[in-house]
Design a protein around this ligand. Structure first.
Ligand SMILES: [Zn+2]
Length: 263
């Protein structure tokens, strides 16, 4: 089981080494901006690395919304990120499930997800697996709770769609972690990546504030149980940089009996 961290995008491989991480996730552009990814000088090094790479799409992307001025550029930015992420040898592109605005029909949001994959297919398809991630907040989210996730998967089922399970988002979003993996897999058929995070906030708070695994409101052993059941690679998106994330990775490796990384 590969265990790693979300790191700064400037030099992901050095960040991985500093944390003894076997995987890293990073951004290819400003996560709050609409700029397309720029070519990277370290592309050959990234492609040759033993470390597994994941790219997180910008937070501004919302392909579900009924707002054309957000939805259309979101599709393009997602497709561009998929091409760029595949270019650096990433194993997957993680994107949040998105939401519709208050008063808008969530069914249209799910259909907008279907149209996103249809749009990609018309343009040669996504160049790597796209993993939709569950989110913590909002009353109109496409992937906060399992009932919405089931409707989302009904909409995109004809396409190859991956899933990323975030433990902080599930807890804060109002889904119990106990048996969550079974319930998710019954819905999506798969979990491709786990974002292993604790939560600073209460169950069903709707707030998205990550904490280190030993802190926060979730029993860390529940996070371990989720990872074990998911049997998927793990990325911690926790605070504290090298020290904080390094300790979280070491904790998981110890509990999961994964041993030390070879490198
Ligand atoms: Zn996450």
């Amino acid at each position: 089981m590969r265990i790693g961290a979300h790191v700064d995008s400037a030099d992901p491989l050095s960040e991985a080494a500093a944390r003894a991480a076997e995987a890293v996730q990073f951004f290819l552009s400003d996560p709050q901006g609409w700029k397309a990814p720029q070519p990277r000088e370290d592309v050959d090094r990234l492609r040759a690395a033993d470390v597994d790479l994941y790219v997180h799409a910008p937070y501004v992307i919302n392909v579900a919304t009924l707002n054309n001025r957000i939805r259309i550029p979101s599709r393009k930015l997602l497709l561009g990120h998929a091409t760029a992420a595949a270019g650096v040898g990433a194993k997957g592109l993680i994107v949040h499930g998105g939401h519709v605005n208050a008063g808008d029909d969530l069914a249209v949001g799910f259909d907008n997800w279907r149209k996103t994959f249809a749009y990609a297919a018309e343009n040669g398809g996504f160049a790597l697996p796209v993993l939709i991630e569950n989110t913590a907040g909002g009353d109109n989210a496409c992937a906060r709770r399992l009932d919405a996730l089931a409707r989302l998967w009904d909409a995109v089922g004809e396409y190859e769609v991956g899933f990323c399970l975030d433990t902080c988002h599930a807890h804060a979003g109002g889904e119990e972690l106990l048996d969550l993996v079974d319930r998710v897999k019954a819905t999506t058929g798969r979990i491709d990546l786990v974002h292993a995070n604790n939560s600073k906030d209460a169950f069903d708070s709707g707030r998205d504030r990550h904490d280190n695994l030993g802190g926060g409101r979730i029993d860390p052993e529940l996070v371990v149980a989720v990872i074990r059941a998911a049997d998927a690679p793990v990325i911690v998106e926790t605070p504290g940089g090298v020290d904080g994330q390094g300790a979280d990775i070491a904790f998981l490796r110890d509990r999961l009996g994964a041993g030390s990384p070879a490198a």
